[in-house]
Design a protein around this ligand. Structure first.
Ligand code: CA
Length: 437
């Protein structure tokens, strides 16, 4: 099942963009400014810096897909019982009644009011066959996670689940974390927590029992993937030393890729049962329900953009530094004097833009007597224009080369006569229209 919030998202994004467009003073390590004008020996020129968009709530820009597609409750309507009390059966799901429907988009709406809104699966009526649900979140864009992924369950938390990520738009998947009440039994993995990780084992994939034990509905409703605890291994407990983290991200591609995704997949493998045995006479007690999913991140722009736009249901970076592409992953046409490279967080605080060069003394020279300025522009003689001064500057009507054998431009007076004639014909055909002359 797919859903689409294009219109609302567009409005939200416009608001966000306006906020993002305001340039704040270059606070230490924020990388929010891509370039600034400076005076140098050659006059006013641009100083380029590494830059990245601000972190935002990324759930506004995703598409959600459920597998199997008909796993959402309510078609046909069903009544559910409470996990802790099989005789309390007042949870009704009916897809055709708005107040009783639990579609997937309710995992991404704004919470804070009571009662909560949530997506709910069908119950485990095919027990002992496993109740499996895949929830895939797709951005169709590389994004970098900046905060913990948090799932809030309305039901008991699942006894077994896996969080997976993709970096290639869903073609291949890697696990991010395993969750189980018994890691050994479920995945033959030793239970661990994020606190067991060190700088050297940060990329290890662990199974944790922290978020599966206990089925008390009112408490312990969240399942986390701890991004900040992992950042803290380099940046310190309160992330006060982000320079250290940025330095590591700069030099370690694996680490950078670890926090980068295009898709997330939540694989729900076994619902909460609250006991060692399943009550086969009351399978309406077992199901999944999720009220909220939080994913904070930013568009990956390779440190070449400080804003990202959402247009036609797609995020893309607003690239600077003569780069282009959804992730600013290549040089703009005519700006390929040097191979493309990502910007760098170093040196702190401004980083390095690693700008694609327009001109240099070896590969891409300014032509027709132009002079290369700071590798980013050619200072052209007055008779020439273009990036490399390759085009003669044309005066009005003066670019023709009458003796070259190519068709010559029509004289201006002849053109005007032709337009007059055309105009009078059109005026006869229609009573109103654009003025011709
Ligand atoms: Ca909700």
């Amino acid at each position: 099942m797919r859903f689409d919030l294009a219109l609302t998202l567009q409005a939200l994004w416009t608001g966000l963009c306006q906020a993002a467009m305001q340039h704040y003073p270059a606070a230490w390590g924020h990388y929010d400014v891509c370039k600034s004008q400076v005076y140098s020996d050659e006059g006013l020129t641009w100083d380029y810096m590494a830059c990245q968009p601000e972190a935002a709530d990324m759930t506004q820009y995703l598409k959600v897909t459920l597998d199997p597609p008909n796993i959402t409750c309510g078609d046909p309507p069903e009544t559910y019982c409470a996990l802790e009390n099989p005789y309390m059966c007042n949870n009704e799901c009916d897809a055709s009644t708005e107040e009783l429907a639990h579609p997937p988009e309710l995992m991404f709406d704004i919470e804070g009011r009571n009662p909560t809104t949530f997506w709910q699966s069908t119950s485990w009526k095919k027990y002992p066959k496993a109740l499996l649900v895949n929830i895939t979140l797709s951005w169709n864009k590389t994004i970098e996670l900046t905060d913990d992924i948090v799932l809030t369950f309305e039901s008991g938390r699942p006894e077994q689940m896996v969080l997976e990520k993709s970096l290639d738009y869903g073609r291949t998947w890697q696990p991010y974390q395993f969750y189980a009440t018994d890691c050994l039994d479920a995945f033959t993995m030793e239970p661990k927590t994020v606190q067991d990780l060190t700088q050297h084992t940060l990329l290890d994939i662990i199974c944790t029992e922290d978020y599966s034990r206990g089925y008390v509905w009112k408490y312990d409703k969240t399942v986390r993937f701890e991004i900040k605890d992992r950042f803290a291994l380099f940046a310190g407990p309160r992330l006060h030393n982000m320079a250290s983290l940025y330095g590591q991200l700069d030099t370690t591609k694996n680490l950078r890729d670890f926090f980068t995704i295009t898709d997330l997949r939540i694989r729900l493998l076994r619902p909460a049962t609250g006991a060692t045995t399943v009550d086969e006479n009351n399978l309406s007690r077992y199901f999944y329900a999720i009220s909220d999913i939080k994913v904070q991140g930013r568009c990956k722009c390779n440190l070449h953009a400080n804003s990202c736009v959402y247009d036609k249901e797609k995020l893309s970076c607003e690239c600077e530094h003569n780069t282009t592409g959804p992730d600013c992953g290549r040089c703009k046409r005519n700006y390929q004097g040097r191979a493309w490279s990502a910007g760098s967080y170093l040196p702190i605080p401004k980083g390095t833009a690693n700008i694609s060069r327009v001109c240099d003394n070896e590969l891409l020279r300014c032509q027709n007597g132009g002079v290369c300025i700071n590798n980013v522009r050619c200072n052209c003689p007055s008779a020439y224009m273009g990036l490399l001064c390759e085009k003669p500057r044309c005066e009005l009507g003066g670019c023709g080369l009458p003796d070259s054998g190519q068709p010559t431009l029509m004289p201006l007076s002849f053109l005007r006569l032709l337009l007059l004639l055309l105009g009078s014909v059109m005026l006869r055909e229609a009573s109103c229209g654009p003025a011709v002359l």
